[in-house]
Design a protein around this ligand. Structure first.
Ligand code: B1M
Length: 219
């Protein structure tokens, strides 16, 4: 890539980031398609434009500069962008590398990060069963008993919903099935230490790390 290409990529990334921050959901698809046509990689697009934009949005929300409706429109804009990148992350035809049950825990409606993890997992050849958001302990356990996944992936973005993860693990213990399944947790407010404290097998910092961890947990 020469200097002119590099500058063009930076300009496109900045434009996409600004579009998500401003919540211009009608503009994002064309911009993402244009960036991919120009040779921007799906990974750079996701990390440097889409995720980076949500960090800006979160910062503005925390300062009280914007409110939930604005945050929601930005999230919708990011999702539209992700949908276009999704096929590029997905491989098909190869046998499943393992079964992953994913969800966002009870009380928590944040699903962008979880969806990204799901896309990357599918792209890496895992079969992903997504229980969605606001998943109660009962719903998670019922699904585990039904489909017998290799890994349970729990996501939380709110400090107030993190304790739900511990409740799921406690329930796995009390049903005597904890040793049959690996548990990975993730989400911005979590840490390795938290994962260890609640008895999870692993903490995934981001979607790429989540894939690497799933591989090692299943191996
Ligand atoms: Co909310 N929100 N939100 N929000 N929101 C946060 C999380 C917040 C940090 C904003 C802030 O104050 N700066 C704050 C939480 C504070 C706290 O708990 N300490 C917050 C709040 C307070 C709230 C409400 C309470 C606001 C209100 O109503 N007053 C409310 C709660 C609703 C609820 O859940 N019950 C709320 C609502 C919303 C929206 C609905 C408007 C929207 C969500 C839309 C949606 O997801 N469909 C929203 C958004 C968009 C955000 C921010 C701005 C962005 C989150 C995001 O999508 N990030 C967020 C601020 C921030 O995080 N910067 C914020 C991009 C995403 C790709 O990253 O989810 O971290 P992330 O996922 C990463 C990694 O964490 C990891 O991989 C992903 C990819 O790299 N990962 C995993 C995630 N899950 C994983 C699982 C794994 C492994 C890795 O293994 C299983």
């Amino acid at each position: 890539m020469d200097n002119a290409d590099h500058l063009l990529m930076e300009k496109l990334i900045a434009e996409m980031k600004a579009t998500v921050v401003a919540g211009k959901h009608n503009d994002i698809e064309a911009l993402v398609q244009k960036s991919l046509r120009q040779g921007l990689s799906a990974n750079d697009l996701i990390n440097d434009a889409l995720i980076a934009a949500m960090d800006v949005v979160g910062g503005r929300f925390a300062k009280g500069d914007i409110f939930v409706p604005e945050m929601l429109v930005s999230a919708m804009t990011m999702k539209k962008g992700l949908e276009i990148v999704k096929p590029l992350l997905q491989k098909s035809g190869s046998p499943s590398k393992g079964k992953i049950l994913l969800c966002t825990v009870k009380g928590d409606l944040h699903d962008i990060g979880k969806n990204l993890v799901a896309m990357m997992m599918e792209g890496a050849g895992f079969e992903v069963i997504d229980l969605g958001v606001d998943a109660t302990v009962e719903k998670v356990l019922q699904k585990i008993n039904e489909i017998q996944p290799d890994v349970l992936g729990l996501s939380a973005l709110l400090t107030t919903t993190m304790p739900e993860m511990k409740k799921v693990i406690e329930e796995l213990n009390s049903q005597g099935i904890r040793d049959r399944i690996k548990v990975m947790v993730g989400g911005a407010p979590l840490s390795h230490e938290f994962a260890q404290n609640i008895g999870a097998d692993a903490f995934g910092k981001d979607a790429a790390e989540a894939v690497a961890i799933a591989r090692s947990l299943i191996a």
